[in-house]
Design a protein around this ligand. Structure first.
Ligand code: C2E
Ligand code: MG
Ligand code: MG
Ligand code: MG
Length: 288
């Protein structure tokens, strides 16, 4: 408690005020103000989901989308998830935000199906703090029930570091989620430290090659080697493999030549607002 701390500081007889340098003060204040805004964001309806298409490399067709969270505060610039998800995790706000993401992604996907488009899957990112088995199962069931979406169209993306942190417990939870009918993917694969014997035990449908390896496929021979190794590792474990962050033709050609199953990236499309996704799917543009 702050008063006690201050009291002790005085008591200790030293000038502890020197620690409260202005720059730190500013940072603390900035964080507190961001946190207060984040608390308001749900009620103020400042969040949106954007959707990035996933393309099947054999057919060139869109076979799924990934939901990516966007925050547009009423009084400022759009804030990237990379900068507010960590804060949402620390404060626990990721739980209600994550429920909103699940509800919205399922409802949108059901709308796509109801509009007569061929059914595709939607993937939602789940971070560590949301990975409480009981609460997660409950929010997934609620999102599926409320939307009427069949569970097989919902995929969860869990990062490699999350699943490897506590692999025994995770294996059990993944089995439960699988029994609900969901699909599971390991995101950002290659950036963490995988225990390969554990990986084999995870009931996972898909590996996502991290974009850091995809980015330099043409420039860095080591990245090309890693990308190729992840594709063959995934396939030998019976998983399909998707590359993320595909932004040029050279990367695409490499992934095709090496048997990668799917890709997503700016080359085909950036993440799009829901209305624009509808337009793109209606257009039915095939990746050449
Ligand atoms: P991620 O799940 O690995 O998502 C991929 C990120 O790469 C997205 O960034 C996407 O916009 C970006 N990306 C896609 N294609 C390209 C490309 O060709 N080039 C480049 N440079 N980037 C590309 P975004 O949307 O900023 O999201 C960042 C991270 O935030 C996500 O990484 C995910 O870990 C997290 N995140 C996003 N939405 C949610 C959410 O609803 N819940 C949770 N828990 N985390 C989320
Ligand atoms: Mg992801
Ligand atoms: Mg990723
Ligand atoms: Mg990432």
């Amino acid at each position: 408690n702050a008063d006690t701390a201050m009291y002790r500081a005085k008591e200790s007889g030293r000038n502890n005020y020197q620690f409260y340098v202005p720059s730190m003060n500013d940072r603390v204040r900035e964080r507190l103000s961001l946190e207060a805004k984040l608390r308001q964001a749900l009620t103020n309806e400042e969040f949106a989901l954007h959707y990035q298409p996933k393309i099947d490399l054999a057919s060139g067709m869109v076979v799924g989308v990934e939901a990516l969270l966007r925050w547009q505060p009423a009084d400022g610039d759009a804030i990237s998830p990379a900068s507010f998800i960590p804060l949402a995790e620390e404060t626990g706000l990721i739980v209600p935000i994550g429920e909103w993401v699940l509800d919205t992604a399922c409802a949108h996907n059901k709308l796509l199906q109801q509009s007569g488009l061929p059914p595709i899957g939607v993937a939602v990112n789940i971070s560590a703090r949301q990975f409480d088995p009981h609460a997660l199962r409950k929010s997934i069931s609620q999102a599926l029930d409320a939307s009427g979406l069949d569970a097989k169209y919902l995929e969860l993306e869990l990062t490699e570091s999350l699943v490897m942190e506590n692999p025994d417990e995770v294996t059990r939870i993944l089995h439960e989620l699988r029994e609900m009918g969901l699909r599971l993917a390991i995101d950002d694969f290659g950036t963490g430290y995988s225990n390969l014997s554990q990986l084999q035990r995870f009931p996972v449908d898909r590996l996502k090659i991290d974009q850091s390896f995809v980015r330099d496929i043409g420039a860095d021979p080591n990245d090309a080697i890693i990308a190729r190794a992840v594709i063959s590792l995934g396939h030998s474990l019976g998983m399909s493999v998707i590359a993320e962050g595909v932004s040029n033709e050279e990367q695409l050609a490499f992934l095709r030549a090496n048997g990668c199953d799917e890709m997503q990236g700016f080359l085909y499309s950036r993440p799009l607002p829901f209305e624009d996704l509808m337009g793109l799917l209606t257009e039915n543009r095939i990746l050449a």
